[in-house]
Design a protein around this ligand. Structure first.
Ligand code: GLA
Length: 333
C-alpha cells in the first residue's frame, strides 16, 4: 500500500516572536507543499528529489547519535519522537523554498510523523514535531509553524493562542490577496533566535508572563534591550487580536496598518529585520494596491508578506490559504 502525505508551508500574517512566550500568532498554510510518498518497510529508508543523500536508519534505535547529514537529521528526529513500530521506504519532495522562512522544516517534520504512523490530534502532532525540531537543530522554536501546518483549513488563517493551545479558524476574505516576496536566505539565524528567546525569559523573570503583561510593567525592566524585546511582544500580541478583528470586519486599511506597525516593532524593538527587508516593505507600501507589509517568520532574511487588493501587479508570489497536512493511502497495482 502506497501512502502519500502532503504538508503545506506557512506564512505568518502577524504575530512574530510571540509563540515561545505563549502569545498570539496568525499564520496561514500556503499552496506549496512537502510530500512524502512510500510504503512500510523493515527500515526507514528515504531519498529526496531536492537534496542529496539517502537516509537509512534501523527501526527502534534512537538514531540521534548516528552521523546523518543535512535533511536526514529531521528524519532521525521525527523517528525518535514517533518511535514507529515498522519502517518506511519512500521519497521526499517539496515545492516550499528551503531556507526562505516558509517552514519547510516544519512541513517535513509533520509529513514524516504522519508517514511514520503517528495518529493523534493536531495539537499532539504539533507538540511532537516541535520536539523533533528542537532535537534536530537545537533551536528552541515555538509551536506556531507545526500547529498551523497540522491544523489549517482551506480558505482560513489560523489564529493560535500559543499559551492555551487553542486554534480559531478565521476566513481570509476573497477580496484580499496575500503576497510573499523572497528577500534572502536566512543567515546567522539559530544563535540570534535563541538569544531572543533568552531575552524574553529574562523579561519574564522580572515582570512575569509576557502574555499577561501590560506596557506599564515595562518600567520595572532597567536593561534597555530587554525592555524593548518585551515591548515588542506585548504590543504584538495586541496587534494580532486587532488584526484578526479588522480582517473579519473588512477593514483592510486598518489591518494593513497593523502589519506595518508589526514590521516597525520587529525592526526597532526586536531587531530581527534586515536593511533589505526594510527596503522591500517600504517599496511595497508605496504601491496603492498594498494595505500593509511586514517581515514574516523568524527574520534575519527570509520573506516579507503583504496584504493587497486582488491581482496585485507586484513582484512576488501570490499564495492561497490551504488545508493542513493530510494523508492518502492507495493500493498499488
Ligand atoms: C520561527 C519559529 C517559530 C516562531 C517564528 C517567529 O519560524 O519556528 O516558532 O517563533 O520563528 O515568530
Amino acid at each position: 500500500m502506497t501512502i502519500t502525505v502532503r504538508a503545506p508551508g506557512r506564512v505568518n500574517l502577524i504575530g512574530d516572536h510571540t509563540d515561545y512566550t505563549g502569545g498570539l500568532v496568525f499564520p496561514m498554510a500556503i499552496d506549496r507543499w512537502t510530500e512524502v510518498v512510500g510504503e512500510s518497510s523493515d527500515r526507514i529508508q528515504l531519498s529526496s528529489r531536492d537534496e542529496p543523500g539517502i537516509v537509512d536508519l534501523p527501526v527502534g534505535d534512537d538514531a540521534a547519535g548516528e552521523d546523518i547529514p543535512g535533511w536526514g537529521r529531521f528524519v532521525a528526529a521525527v523517528a525518535a519522537e514517533v518511535q514507529p513500530m515498522t519502517g518506511f521506504r519512500g521519497t521526499v519532495s517539496t515545492t516550499i523554498p528551503v531556507g526562505a522562512g516558509l517552514s519547510s522544516s516544519a512541513a517535513l517534520e509533520v509529513a514524516l510523523a504522519i508517514a511514520f504512523g503517528f495518529r493523534g490530534s493536531a495539537i499532539e502532532l504539533a507538540k511532537l514535531t516541535q520536539r523533533a525540531e528542537h532535537r534536530a537543530v537545537g533551536v528552541p522554536c515555538g509551536i506556531m509553524d507545526q500547529l498551523c501546518i497540522a491544523a489549517a483549513q482551506r480558505g482560513h488563517a489560523t489564529l493560535i493562542d500559543c499559551g492555551e493551545l487553542t486554534v480559531d479558524q478565521v476566513p481570509i476574505p476573497d477580496d484580499v490577496t496575500v503576497l510573499i516576496r523572497f528577500i534572502a536566505h536566512r543567515t546567522l539565524v539559530d544563535g540570534a533566535y535563541a538569544e531572543r528567546v533568552q531575552q524574553c525569559n529574562e523579561a519574564e523573570s522580572i515582570i512575569g508572563p509576557l502574555r499577561a503583561a501590560r506596557l506599564d510593567d515595562l518600567e520595572q525592566i532597567t536593561d534597555a534591550t530587554i525592555r524593548r524585546r518585551a515591548r515588542h511582544v506585548i504590543t504584538e500580541n495586541a496587534r494580532v487580536r486587532s488584526f484578526a478583528d479588522a480582517l473579519s470586519a473588512g477593514e483592510y486599511d486598518a489591518a494593513g496598518a497593523l502589519m506595518t506597525d508589526s514590521h516597525h516593532s520587529l525592526r526597532d524593538d526586536f531587531a530581527t529585520s534586515t536593511p533589505e527587508m526594510d527596503a522591500a516593505v517600504d517599496e511595497l507600501l508605496a504601491n496603492d494596491t498594498v494595505y500593509g507589509a511586514r517581515m514574516t517568520g523568524g527574520g534575519f532574511g527570509g520573506c516579507v508578506v503583504a496584504l493587497c487588493a486582488p491581482e496585485p501587479d507586484l513582484d512576488g508570489w501570490v499564495v492561497r490559504p490551504v488545508d493542513g497536512a493530510s494523508a492518502e493511502a492507495a493500493t498499488s497495482g
